[in-house]
Design a protein around this ligand. Structure first.
Ligand code: GLU
Length: 527
């Protein structure tokens, strides 16, 4: 049975890289019908941040990374409860276990007590550096006679416990990086237990992975140099080591290690900014993995990822953290959710609706105009919820129509929506040249003729819908025997006073008949 774990230290906000580690460990377990554990590694009490464990549990829940064993909130609000047979899953509650295990190592001669003072260690390291040697413990206390150890303890001297790293080549096969080896001679004798009786990460991590029967350790590449120490510990205990998979570092765009200086690294920050959780997960899973050749899709649900994830497809090289890609995923998910919701709503509203799927999304045709406008209102209401609109006293109907006319834009980027619609409420000052278009061969004279014709046809129009506007204006084009753009460009510019805006049909529909005619007149007078 495959068993993976996510073993974070609650030392602050959850890093995006940690969420990726959790996600890969989760997906690998699910894909193989295995078990996924959450274990909290809080042995470094100095670095612990209050509330960090609770918030990381909440984040895992929020993203749907359910674990089979570990500390979690019970039904009674806010209380932590444990699930699983191998607990406790919070390391600070397991100190007795580590003490017992370090005794085994001492007995077997794979660990020793070290009484060196901080001053001595500092001096030793300074000398080593001065001699151009890598600083490492010189094993002064490694072979102290039993009687001397006892005398020091009796005299009240404090000590730490160090691992006696074997002087041999330590080899292992990493599932991502392939064969890896380290020379034991250049590995420092790792501290296993501190003077206060608390274990270090290395001891606690190995003991727990063994006792919790972890089969695959999936973690960030920054832990690779620790792995030979861990392999040596497994060997010293006489245990079988799990498989290791070290996943690539996350990089800034300039290929340096991902850091706060170049942008946010905390998952909470992206949640606060309003990114959709599915988009965040989708983005994160692709940082260092892809489904491989033959699969062009990029948008996947967590359930789908559980089916297709594999460690073989994880890359060795660092993965660039590119926020624009996250924005892209967010847009894809925004559209996906919007379309799913409105396919459903459309059929509820009108069982006779026809929904045609196109590249740009579903196209809805309702049995009557009333249903069409009701549907548009529903969509606009939804857009209002996600868009960024400041307090205002505008005509609500106009606001909703304005939102609907830029639906694609809002789904892509809901920030600054107002900037993209404010010309609907107040016609901006503009120069008459805006009504012309060199490439479409519209000069002022032509613009005037088009606007006058359009104005006349629109004035006669009784039902003001997107469809009727489209039909009427295309007829205007036909009668004038010109190209579409020769009427629609000056008309759009006259309606919005903007270089870029929604098209002529949408703009006229949004503004309504009276305001549209008024704006066309203003343009004609300018010429
Ligand atoms: N507690 C370590 C961390 O904070 C866990 C490393 C590991 O997975 O072994 O990342």
């Amino acid at each position: 049975m495959i068993k993976t774990r996510f073993a974070p230290s609650p030392t602050g906000q959850l890093h995006v890289g940690s969420l990726r580690t959790a996600l890969y460990a989760y997906l690998f377990a699910r894909k193989n019908n295995g078990v996924f554990i959450l274990r909290v590694e809080d042995t470094d009490q100095k670095r612990e941040v209050e509330g960090a464990m609770e918030s990381l549990i909440k984040i895992l829940n929020y993203f749907g990374l359910e674990y089979d064993e570990g500390p979690r909130y019970g039904l009674e609000c806010g209380k932590l409860k444990e699930k699983g047979e191998n607990g406790p899953y919070i390391q600070s509650q397991r100190t007795e276990i580590y003490r017992k295990h370090v005794e085994i190592l001492l007995e077997k001669g794979h660990a020793y007590k070290c009484f060196c003072t901080k001053e001595r260690l500092d001096e030793m390291r300074d000398n080593q550096r001065a001699n151009k040697q890598a600083p490492m413990y010189d094993r002064k206390c490694c072979d102290l006679p039993e009687s001397e150890v006892k005398a020091k303890i009796d005299a009240g001297e404090t000590f730490i416990i160090r691992q006696k790293i074997p002087y041999e080549i330590i080899k292992f096969k990493d599932l991502i990086r392939g064969n890896v080896q380290f020379d034991g001679k250049i590995i420092d004798d790792q501290v296993l237990m501190k003077a206060d009786g608390f274990p270090t990460y290395h001891l606690a991590n190995v003991v727990d992975d063994h006792l919790m029967e972890i089969t695959h350790v999936i973690r960030g590449e920054e832990w690779l140099p620790s792995t030979p120490k861990h392999i040596a510990l497994y060997k010293s205990f006489g245990w079988h080591a799990p498989d290791f998979a070290h996943i690539p570092l996350l990089l800034n765009a300039d290929k340096s290690k991902l850091s706060k200086r170049q942008g946010d690294v905390a998952v909470e920050e992206y949640m606060k900014k309003g990114y959709i959780k599915e988009a965040i997960l989708n983005f994160i899973v692709f940082l260092g993995w892809n489904p491989g050749q033959g699969e062009e899709r990029e948008v996947f649900t967590l359930k789908e990822l559980e089916e297709i994830f594999s460690l073989e497809k994880v890359h060795k090289g660092g993965a660039v953290f590119n926020v624009e890609k996250l924005d892209w995923f967010n847009w894809q998910w925004q559209k996906e959710m919007y379309n799913t919701e409105f396919r459903q709503k459309a059929s509820e509203l009108d069982p006779q609706v026809t929904i045609e799927e196109s590249k740009r999304g579903p196209v809805f045709t309702f049995s009557d105009e009333e249903k069409t406008s009701e549907f548009q209102k529903l969509k606009a209401q939804y857009l209002l919820e996600i868009a960024d609109i400041p307090e205002n006293d505008h005509d609500q109907e106009l606001l909703l129509r304005a939102l609907f006319s830029i639906e694609d834009k809002i789904l892509k980027e809901s920030k600054d929506t107002y900037e993209n619609i404010k010309f609907f409420f107040e016609l901006p000052e503009y120069d008459k040249e805006l009504l012309t278009h060199e490439k479409m061969r519209v000069d002022l004279k032509e613009a005037k003729a088009s606007l006058e014709a359009a104005q006349k046809d629109l004035a006669k129009l009784e039902t003001w819908t997107l469809n009727s506007l489209k039909q009427t204006l295309l007829k205007t084009v036909e009668t004038l025997e010109v190209k579409n753009g020769q009427v629609l460009w000056p008309l759009r510019a006259a309606l919005t006073g903007m270089q870029f805006s929604p098209g002529a049909f949408e703009s006229a529909w949004t503004l309504g008949k009276e305001e549209s005619i008024k704006r066309i007149n203003i343009a004609i007078e300018k010429i």
